[in-house]
Design a protein around this ligand. Structure first.
Ligand SMILES: Nc1nc2c(ncn2[C@@H]2O[C@H](COP(=O)(O)OP(=O)(O)OP(=O)(O)O)[C@@H](O)[C@H]2O)c(=O)[nH]1
Ligand SMILES: [Mg+2]
Length: 443
C-alpha cells in the first residue's frame, strides 16, 4: 500500500481540454502549499477567487480555490482544490508546482482509499463511487448512488448485528456446560436462526440484482444459419446493426450491441450460424461463436419454426447457463404462438412476440425493476455473501446433527467474518490494493 503520510496531488478532472480543470491536494502539507500558491490560506469551505503562483512567484493560472481543513473533507485530511482553466498544460504546470512543494502524484483511487482508511466511507461506498462514474443506465446510476449513501452497507450491517446477537446467545450458553443444555429445544435460538436465514436469502437476492445492474447481462444468440439471429439482434436493438440476407452463412464475425431493457443493461452477441462443413471463413466464425458462449450469462437458441429439423443442432450448448429456445419466423409457420415453458415464439420480421422475449430476458437476469429499493453490488460482494451464508448453513446443520453449540458458534464466527469483508470491517492490504487500483487517478 502507498504511504499514507505523503501529501498527494492529482487532477480530479479528466485529461484534455475543458472549461474548468480541478487539481486536488490532500495531506499534511496542504496548508503550506495553499500559502505558497495562493499567498495566504483561504477561508475554509468557501470559494474564493485567487491567482495561482509557483514558489518563485510566477503566475500559472487564476480561478477558484477551496480549502477543507482536516477532518471535515472527503479524505478526512486537509484538502485543497484549485479550479483553474481546463487546458492540459495549465494543469500540468500546477501539478508540477505542487509536487515541487514536497508532494507526490496520487496513485489511482488514492483519495478514496484515504477516505476509507480515515473512516469516511466503507468499502462498499468507495466501490459505489466507481460504479456511479461508470453507470451505463439511469437505473444503474441511481442504484450506485444508493450504495454510496450506504443502503447496501446498512443492510449488511443489520445482518451482521443479527449474527452478533446469535453468537452472544450461543456462546453464553456454551459457557455454562454444567447446565445440560439442549440447543434444539431453545425456541428463542431456533427462531433467531430462522430470522437470520431469511435475512440471508433476501440480501443475496438484492445483491444479485445489484450485480446485474452494475455489470449488465450478456445474452449470446446462437442457432443454425438463416434461423434469423441477426434479424433478432436488429429488432431488439432497434437498429440495422447486422447484415441480414437470405443466404445461409451471412454472419461470420461476432457482433455486439448494447441495449437497455427497462433499465437492465444487456449486451447482445450475434454469432455465425452453427453447421457442419462450413467454408474456411465460416469455420472461423463458428470458432468465435463457441468462444462467445463461454462468456454468456444466458443463451438464446434461435430456431426456424418452418424448419422441420429445427431442434437438431450439431453443437453442445454450455452447461449451467440458461438456454431459451426462440421459435422464429412464426409469421410463416402454421404453428400457433403457443410457447412452451422456457421458450418464446416470435417473428423477427413482424415484431410479433418481442415483448415476451424481452420479458424472458428480464426473467433470465432475475431482474425486477426495483426502482427506489435497488443498490449496486459486485462479484466480490456476492462471493463474500455466499461464503457467509454457507458458514451459517453449515452451523445450523452441525447443530441439528450434533445438538452441540460449539460447531455452530465457530461457523457463526466465520460467517460474521465473511460479512465483514464486504464493508471492509475485515480487510487485507491485498484486497484494498486490488479494489482501489480500479479507480481513476484523482478519485
Ligand atoms: N418471414 C420471416 N423471415 C425472417 C424472419 N427472421 C428472419 N427472416 C429472414 O430470414 C433470412 C435470414 O435471416 P438472418 O437474420 O440473416 O439469419 P441469421 O440466423 O443471422 O443467418 P446467418 O447469419 O447466415 O447464420 C433473411 O432473409 C431474413 O429476412 C421472420 O421472423 N420471418
Ligand atoms: Mg446472421
Amino acid at each position: 500500500m502507498t504511504n499514507m503520510l505523503d501529501t498527494i496531488v492529482a487532477a480530479a478532472t479528466p485529461p484534455g481540454v475543458g472549461g474548468v480543470a480541478i487539481v486536488r491536494v490532500s495531506g499534511d502539507k496542504t496548508e503550506q502549499i495553499a500559502r505558497t500558491l495562493l499567498g495566504s490560506l483561504p477561508e475554509p469551505r468557501s470559494a474564493t477567487f485567487r491567482t495561482f503562483k509557483n514558489a518563485v512567484g510566477e503566475k500559472l493560472d487564476a480561478g477558484l480555490a477551496l480549502y477543507f481543513p482536516a477532518p471535515a473533507s472527503f479524505t478526512g485530511e486537509s484538502v485543497l482544490e484549485l479550479h483553474g482553466h481546463g487546458g492540459p498544460l495549465v494543469v500540468s504546470l500546477l501539478v508540477e508546482a505542487i509536487v515541487g512543494e514536497g508532494c507526490r502524484r496520487a496513485a489511482p483511487g488514492e483519495f478514496s482509499q484515504r477516505a476509507f482508511l480515515n473512516d469516511k466511507l466503507d468499502l462498499v461506498q468507495a466501490e459505489a463511487i466507481v460504479d456511479l462514474i461508470n453507470a451505463g443506465t439511469t437505473q444503474a446510476a441511481r442504484a450506485a448512488l444508493r450504495s454510496l449513501s450506504g443502503a447496501f452497507s446498512r443492510a449488511v450491517e443489520a445482518l451482521a448485528a443479527q449474527l452478533i446477537r446469535l453468537r452472544l446467545h450461543v456462546e453464553a450458553a456454551i459457557d455454562f456446560p454444567e447446565e445440560e443444555i439442549d440447543f434444539l429445544s431453545d425456541d428463542l435460538l431456533l427462531g433467531r436462526l430462522q430470522e437470520c436465514a431469511d435475512a440471508f436469502t433476501l440480501l443475496r437476492e438484492q445483491a444479485k440484482q445489484g450485480r446485474v445492474l452494475r455489470d449488465g447481462f450478456q445474452v449470446v444468440i446462437v442457432g443454425k444459419p438463416n434461423a434469423g439471429k441477426s434479424s433478432l439482434l436488429n429488432l431488439l436493438s432497434g437498429q440495422d446493426a447486422a447484415i441480414v440476407t437470405e443466404i445461409a452463412g451471412t454472419t461470420r464475425d461476432i457482433l455486439r450491441e448494447q441495449i437497455d431493457i427497462d433499465g437492465l443493461a444487456v449486451e447482445l452477441v450475434d454469432t455465425a450460424g452453427l453447421r457442419e462443413n462450413p467454408d474456411r471463413i465460416e469455420e472461423e466464425g463458428i470458432r468465435r461463436a463457441r468462444q462467445a458462449l463461454h462468456g454468456a450469462d444466458a443463451v438464446l437458441w434461435i430456431q426456424d419454426a418452418t424448419d422441420a429439423n429445427a431442434e437438431q443442432l450439431d453443437e453442445p450448448l454450455p452447461d449451467g447457463v440458461p438456454i431459451t429456445v426462440v421459435r422464429n419466423k412464426i409469421d410463416l409457420s402454421e404453428a400457433t404462438m403457443q410457447s412452451a415453458e422456457g421458450s418464446v415464439c416470435m417473428s423477427a420480421k413482424t415484431g410479433q412476440g418481442l415483448d415476451a422475449l424481452r420479458a424472458q430476458i428480464r426473467r433470465l437476469a432475475g431482474y425486477q425493476n426495483q426502482g427506489e429499493g435497488a443498490f449496486t453490488a459486485r462479484k466480490r460482494h456476492l462471493q463474500a455473501l455466499d461464503s457467509a451464508a454457507e458458514h451459517f448453513q453449515a452451523g445450523r446443520t452441525a447443530l441439528e446433527e450434533t445438538r452441540a453449540g460449539e460447531l455452530l458458534a465457530e461457523e457463526l464466527r466465520l460467517s460474521h467474518q465473511a460479512l465483514g469483508e464486504i464493508t471492509g470491517a475485515v480487510s487485507s492490504d491485498e484486497l484494498l490494493g486490488r479494489i482501489f487500483s480500479e479507480f481513476c487517478i484523482g478519485k
